[in-house]
Design a binder for this molecule. Structure first.
Ligand code: SAJ
Length: 402
């Protein structure tokens, strides 16, 4: 069995490596020559615990190699990004480009799978592109959509143990795709059609976005009502059928902050709640920036001097170094733009340096600051003690006080 993975990013590379570890001969393809070189040298181009050792092993054993072009294989996997354009419309041009690249290498009996998060109908569109160019392959290859659902930081475990949805163009495609994933997936494989699988992936992330929006909306209500939102949610969650998530300074990352738009732009009239959840979560970041700006202005008026401000966290979620779509980064940028010559200390303990922000040590910043703004709930911040002599804006529940 030989498999070709198109895209060596956060999902494509780990999946390719796990497949290679399970006896499949794997070629990983990327358009970036640096990624290809690094990968062939056994080096990861992003952080994922445990993965680099596995990469070194499969490269050394000769079961995996990276290249700029695909090769004839039994199965092809499209695992490239699907970003969105300015108006939040999904951009499937990478999926289409990768599909067009593999078309000349497809042969009778092959399996073609899309894993990239995609708007509903993408697999059908790619099938049409394939058969327009290679009509002789109609009915002779199997086509499926099989989304991933792993959490960065726990990818090796989740790739193997999570259940997967296998959406096939027909029953035979479901069967052949399931046979492939069964080689390394210990979770259950759930058969369906392509469109349901496409919407299922978008639904999972939209569901989480909506649940976080509920928590974020509660936090704004509680602020106005002078109620501790952390205590409120803890108490409400004592109900056997209530499970409210935690508020924060908005929703970031490359999945939850993006995927709901793939439903909202395609079904604008129908997706009221999904669109509103996006608005609520975006508004929460704006609200946190305004709160910070007001706290600085109030301090200036009451103390007749500018405060030292510590902005605690830049990453989009706790204990990672990933700043993509980060609400914390957005808030820090807004505050700096407003007070460009103020004494603002920026803290991100998971980064050594940043090309735009000058970073400070978290203990020093906490000690020096008059106003402390907690944006990301990094574990190290929880080692700090509450200080009554500081203005503390705790947007992510470090101290869980009002
Ligand atoms: N967040 C909150 N409150 C919470 C939980 C999260 O504000 O109670 C925020 C985080 O701080 C972060 C954002 O939500 O800014 C997203 O973080 P996350 O940990 O919920 O999710 P991601 O983006 O790292 O990964 C998600 C996962 N999807 C779901 O949990 C439904 C993951 O399983 C997917 O594979 C991934 O998206 C993806 O690639 O689609």
């Amino acid at each position: 069995m030989k498999a070709c993975f198109m895209g060596l990013g956060y999902i494509g590379l780990p999946t390719a490596i796990i497949a290679a570890k399970h006896g499949i001969q794997v070629i990983g393809v990327d358009i970036n020559p640096e990624v290809v070189d690094k990968t062939n040298n056994g080096c990861l181009h992003f952080i994922e615990p445990g993965l680099e050792d596995m990469l070194k092993e499969v490269v050394r054993d000769g079961v995996f190699h990276a290249a700029l072009k695909p090769e004839h294989s039994d199965a092809f996997f499209i695992v490239v990004p699907t970003p969105f354009c300015g108006n939040h419309e999904p951009d499937i041009s990478y999926v289409e480009a990768a599909t067009r690249t593999v078309i000349p290498f497809l042969e009778e009996g092959n399996l073609f799978v899309i894993e990239s998060t995609s708007p509903v109908g993408t697999t059908d569109k790619m099938a049409k592109i394939i058969f327009d160019e290679r009509p002789e392959l109609k009915g002779k290859i199997k086509i499926a959509y099989c989304p991933e659902r792993v959490l960065p930081g726990n990818v090796i475990y989740e790739l193997v143990h999570n259940d997967r949805v296998i959406g096939g163009m027909d029953e035979a495609s479901v069967k052949i795709a399931s046979d492939f994933y069964r080689i390394f997936v210990q979770g259950e494989l759930h058969p369906t059609n392509c469109k349901t699988a496409e919407l299922c992936k978008l639904t999972e992330n939209s569901s989480r976005d909506s649940q976080i929006a509920f928590a974020n909306e509660l936090s704004i209500i509680c602020d106005k009502a002078d109620i501790n939102v952390w205590e409120l949610i803890k108490l409400a969650n004592k109900h056997p059928r209530v499970n409210i998530l935690q508020p924060g300074c908005g929703v970031g990352g490359h999945c939850i902050a993006i995927d709901p738009y793939f439903i909202a732009t395609e079904f604008p009239a129908e997706s009221k709640m999904i669109s509103t959840a996006r608005e609520v979560n975006n508004y929460k970041s704006f609200w946190c920036a305004e709160k910070t700006i007001n706290a600085i202005l109030e301090f200036e008026i009451s103390h007749k001097r500018k405060p030292v401000v510590a902005m605690m966290g830049l990453a989009f979620k706790p204990d990672i170094d990933d700043l993509r779509e980060s609400p914390a980064k957005y808030i820090v940028t807004k505050v700096i733009q407003k007070f460009n010559n103020a004494d603002i200390l920026i803290v991100e303990p998971n980064l050594k340096e940043h090309k735009i922000f000058k970073l400070s040590d978290y203990r020093e910043a906490y000690c020096r600051a008059d106003i402390v703004v907690f944006l990301t709930a990094h574990s190290v911040f929880k080692t700090l003690s509450w200080r009554d002599d500081k203005v503390i804006l705790d947007f992510c529940g470090i101290f869980r006080k009002k």
